[in-house]
Design a protein around this ligand. Structure first.
Ligand SMILES: Cc1cc2nc3c(=O)[nH]c(=O)nc-3n(C[C@H](O)[C@H](O)[C@H](O)COP(=O)(O)O)c2cc1C
Length: 161
């Protein structure tokens, strides 16, 4: 099975999560690719495609959105997909307006997951978010470990047999 994990990361937190996810799939063929090096035409080589982004302004980064837009229609047919983001927990935001906006507009993982499915992908896990302590990180305690567990749950879901 070939696993491609494509991520964007400004401060390094999402990259750490991408690597923690990747570690769950060893000894499978795992490619962890930063968005700047990702080629939308090559996603069809993967059996499982996982896409992750920091949440910025309630959504994925422009680079991730451009990448998703460039995947050809039905380009993910026959490919399993999953999405994740990094984000700030609502409860850690003291500003009431910002909390309301976060509740209303949400985070990056869900729209990524929807777009992957619209390109023909088969979702194998609900979109997941991993928490940072503040706007530039660091990751909250044990989030990389939780990311590895999330990835293991995808593997053991039986959707690959
Ligand atoms: C300009 C900016 C906008 C952000 N917008 C959001 C947001 O809408 N929701 C959220 O939960 N976190 C937001 N954050 C926090 C990011 O999610 C956090 O920087 C990210 O998880 C760090 O990942 P990275 O180190 O991979 O870039 C924002 C941070 C910045 C700097």
């Amino acid at each position: 099975m070939q696993v491609s994990i494509i991520y964007d990361s400004v401060f390094g937190n999402t990259e750490r999560i991408a690597r923690a996810i990747g570690s769950a799939f060893a000894p499978q063929d795992v490619q962890i690719i930063k968005i700047t090096a990702a080629d939308p035409a090559q996603v069809s080589a993967a059996d499982l495609l996982i896409v992750g982004s920091p949440t910025r302004g309630f959504k994925a980064t422009p680079a991730i959105n451009t990448f998703l837009a460039k995947i050809p229609a039905q380009g993910l047919k026959g490919i399993k997909t999953a999405a994740f983001d990094t984000r700030i927990a609502e409860n850690d935001i003291s500003n009431k307006l910002l909390r309301f906006l976060m509740k209303t507009f949400g985070y990056a993982a869900h729209p990524i997951a929807t777009r992957l499915q619209k390109k023909g992908g088969t979702q194998v896990s609900a979109p997941e978010g991993f928490y940072v302590e503040d706007s530039r990180g660091p990751l909250k305690n044990r989030e990389p470990e939780r990311a590895t567990e999330w990835a293991k749950s995808i593997l053991s879901s039986g959707k690959f047999s």
